[in-house]
Design a protein around this ligand. Structure first.
Ligand SMILES: Nc1nc2c(ncn2[C@@H]2O[C@@H]3COP(=O)(O)O[C@H]4[C@@H](O)[C@H](n5cnc6c(=O)[nH]c(N)nc65)O[C@@H]4COP(=O)(O)O[C@H]3[C@H]2O)c(=O)[nH]1
Length: 722
């Protein structure tokens, strides 16, 4: 720096020399310029003031004795002006009087040099003051920068004196965060100021910062003073200032992050649709319940619930209806459980429930009954009134398993057992059910390939006209001839095909095979009759069923009047134009339409008028009780009346006894189907039956109730799945 050079500065510095006789200063100017400074000159006080304002020099060398305003006055005016106040002034004076030196400082000068000058001394003073000015400017800039950061920081910042614990500064973000102005905070300790005083963590931060230079806390909850609170992350640090030690606490509002984390955690553990715990949380809670029960030698019950008819509703009315239905089911489940119980949705229409610490097995039974009861009540989704019901399997800790996996499998097996018993049932697990569960698991894998491997076949069950006593038709019923397990009932594998989305494909195969078979029997000279084929909801709505049926009829050469399509009743819940259009399309082909399982899921009869139906099929659950329960008899009676008034024929299925048959005849039912006459038979056995079965056999059975119709005993033996 010395040797006359401003070593540290890369920018050019300007020195304004004010002297009424600048010619005297030629040497100084040369030296200053040699030192890399830019020099400007003014010849009097007034000119100096203007120039200084205009060129903003970095330093002014100011003569004292000048005509007009003298140096002292010039300096005073420079200091009075905001624009020139900070420019350092060095007086140049011939006076050596102490009074003048004092006056120079009083006027705002930073230094003085006496004439005649010692050039080196002058240069040294100039450069020193330029350096000082630079340093000051840097300091000011740094302070401004820091202030700006402090003022605009999004984190709340509070500074405290470590010694006294008093707040020395707060930034606007902190004031805003806790809704207190700086004046309400400055000079106070945390202990004296809400919301810090009622947060024990605040005291902890200060305590820790007595021994450490840095602390970090995540979960401060601070009241905002607006009736809400913020979750803050605190970074506390200590630094030494000139005379004090400062604690700086940066408070970052992490409320959004915490909420997002909580949401993610919640989503990871809950079912998005119903808000119920998902499988992960369910298993965790079950583990806890088991651990608790183990300690207290208690029992835990696990209930597995599957909704009846849900898949049909989903397929026929769409996923939005299915979703809304699941939400309503979840709400009903919650309502009939205690706080300590857990209801979870494991997927699809599968729910599971934990009853921790049950006193006895009856407790589980009571809950299962209550759940089935509330599910029996109709659900209202959009304009639909939906009747679903459910099936429940129950497993218990410790009897049926001691870990969540075993208990869930046991409850699942029991649930399948309940389903197999009919709708709306609950069943307890028993060890024999394990085998069935294993079989089902295996079937899921095998059923995917069953069609390609040619393992599906059709059985046919005759339908009898009660007026003509002739076989009026057959129902085609799907069977799976499993290479290892033999013939398997559709009740077991059709739900699997539906879950895998394979039912349309298999259904088309059924349709084609049944139509070909019928055409073939007719070609063999057997009396023509209808073949009824079941259509699943999946088949009805996916693809173009009307085109498919038309194509199959054409390929097989079967006249449309010999094909009857059985539609499940849940299809009719959707009275939309699409459903009616598809039904009309089918009807226009010339095929017959039967409403299957009638009476099990209906809620409104209006659809019967809107749909182009030919026949309704009374569900076999009514037939079972028709001769023993008045209610069932009343239902069958009303169905028959209703059908008659609408001009529809009626077929009763599940007829197993002569009494039931007698009843139907009395009630003028048109047709019947059931084990009493024949079980479903392989296609090869049908021609014999078609030729032999006559009313003669049927009449003999009616007369004494013991004599089976011709061939019935043998037929019974070959019946599958029943
Ligand atoms: N207890 C009793 N049962 C009797 C009696 N007479 C007949 N059954 C049984 O009742 C069912 C009648 O068929 P569904 O109601 O259409 O019910 C059928 C139908 O919904 C479905 N299904 C069968 N084949 C097909 C198919 O090709 N496509 C579709 N979509 N569903 C099918 O599987 C269900 C069960 O079929 P299966 O096990 O063959 O069971 C048949 C039949 O074996 C009786 O007197 N007593």
């Amino acid at each position: 720096m010395m040797n006359g050079a401003l070593a540290t500065e890369s920018v050019e510095r300007t020195v304004l020399i004010v002297d009424d006789n600048p010619a005297n200063l030629g040497v100084i100017v040369d030296h200053l310029e040699d030192a890399g400074l830019h020099v400007s000159v003014a010849q009097g006080g007034e000119e100096a003031l203007k120039r200084a304002q205009f060129i903003q020099p970095d330093l002014i060398l100011l003569d004292v004795m000048m005509p007009g305003i003298d140096g002292f006055e010039t300096c005073r005016r420079l200091k009075a002006n905001e624009a020139t106040r900070e420019i350092p002034v060095i007086f140049m004076t011939a006076l050596d009087d102490i009074h003048d030196k004092v006056a120079a400082f009083a006027a705002g000068g930073v230094d003085y040099v006496s004439k005649p000058f010692q050039v080196e001394e002058l240069l040294a003073r100039v450069i020193t003051h330029l350096e000082l000015r630079s340093a000051r400017q840097r300091l000011i800039e740094s302070e401004l920068r820091y202030r700006r950061l402090f003022e605009t920081a999004s984190d709340g910042i509070v500074l405290l004196d470590r010694e006294s614990g008093r707040i020395t500064d707060v930034n606007p973000a902190l004031s805003e965060m806790i809704n207190l102005s700086p004046s309400q905070l400055l000079g106070r300790t945390f202990g004296e100021t809400e919301p810090f005083s009622n947060n024990p963590s605040c005291k902890r931060v200060l305590d820790e910062l007595r021994h450490r230079d840095h602390v970090w806390f995540e979960d401060w909850i601070l009241e905002t003073g607006r009736g809400t609170s913020v979750n803050v992350e605190v970074n506390g640090s200590v630094y030494k200032a000139a005379t004090t030690t400062v604690i700086q606490c940066n408070l970052r509002d992490i409320t959004d992050r915490k909420e997002a984390e909580a949401r993610i955690r919640y989503m990871a553990l809950h079912d998005a649709l119903t808000g119920l715990p998902n499988r992960t949380l369910f298993e965790d809670r079950l583990d806890n319940a088991i651990a608790q029960a183990r300690r207290h030698h208690g029992q835990v019950a696990v209930l597995m619930l599957d909704l009846d008819r849900f898949k049909n509703i989903n397929d026929s009315l769409g996923h939005h209806v299915g979703d809304e239905l699941l939400e309503q089911v979840a709400a009903r489940l919650r309502a009939c459980l205690r706080e300590s119980d857990t209801a979870a949705r494991l997927g699809g229409d599968e729910f599971a429930i934990i009853l921790p610490e049950i006193a006895s097995i009856e407790d589980a039974e009571i809950v299962a009954k209550r759940i089935l009861e509330v599910l029996q009540e109709p659900f209202h989704v959009e304009q639909h009134e939906l009747n679903i019901g459910g099936s429940i399997g129950i497993a218990r800790y410790p009897d049926d398993g001691t870990d969540h996996g075993t208990l869930l499998r046991a409850a699942d097996a029991a649930m399948y057992d309940a389903k197999a018993q009919g709708r709306g049932m609950y069943r307890f697990f028993s060890p024999e059910l394990n085998e069935a569960a294993q079989l089902r698991h295996m079937l899921v894998n095998d059923v995917r390939h069953a069609r390609q491997r040619g393992e599906f076949l059709l059985y046919y069950q005759p339908q009898l006209s009660l007026a003509s006593h002739q076989i009026s038709g057959v129902e085609a019923l799907l069977r799976w001839d499993h290479p290892k397990h033999g013939i398997i009932s559709p009740a077991l594998f059709i739900p699997l095909l539906e879950e895998l989305g394979l039912m349309s494909d298999v259904g088309e195969w059924v349709l084609r095979t049944a139509c070909r078979q019928n055409a073939e029997w007719q070609a063999q000279g057997l009396p023509p009759m209808r073949t009824a084929v079941n259509l699943s909801a999946q088949q009805f709505y996916r693809g173009n069923i009307v085109k498919t049926v038309a194509r199959v009829l054409e390929e097989s050469g079967l006249e449309p009047k010999w094909l009857e399509l059985e539609l499940t009743e849940t299809l009719t819940l959707d009275e939309s134009e699409t459903t009616i259009e598809i039904m009309n399309g089918l009807k226009n082909l010339g095929v017959g339409l039967t409403l299957d399982d009638f009476g099990t899921g209906w809620s409104s009869l209006s659809y019967l008028r809107r749909f182009p139906l030919d026949r309704i099929k009374i569900d076999r659950s009514f037939m079972r009780d028709v001769t023993t329960h008045e209610n069932a008899a009343a239902v069958v009676h009303s169905i028959l009346n209703l059908a008659q008034s609408l001009g529809l024929t009626c077929i009763a299925e599940g007829v197993e006894t002569a009494e039931q048959l007698q009843y139907l005849k009395q009630q003028l039912c048109s047709e019947m189907q059931g084990f009493f006459f024949s079980h479903p038979l392989p296609a090869a056995e049908m021609p014999t039956l078609l030729r032999a079965a006559t009313l003669a056999g049927l009449s003999s059975a009616e007369s004494d109730g013991t004599v089976a119709p011709p061939g019935a005993a043998t037929l019974a033996k070959s019946a599958m799945g029943k």
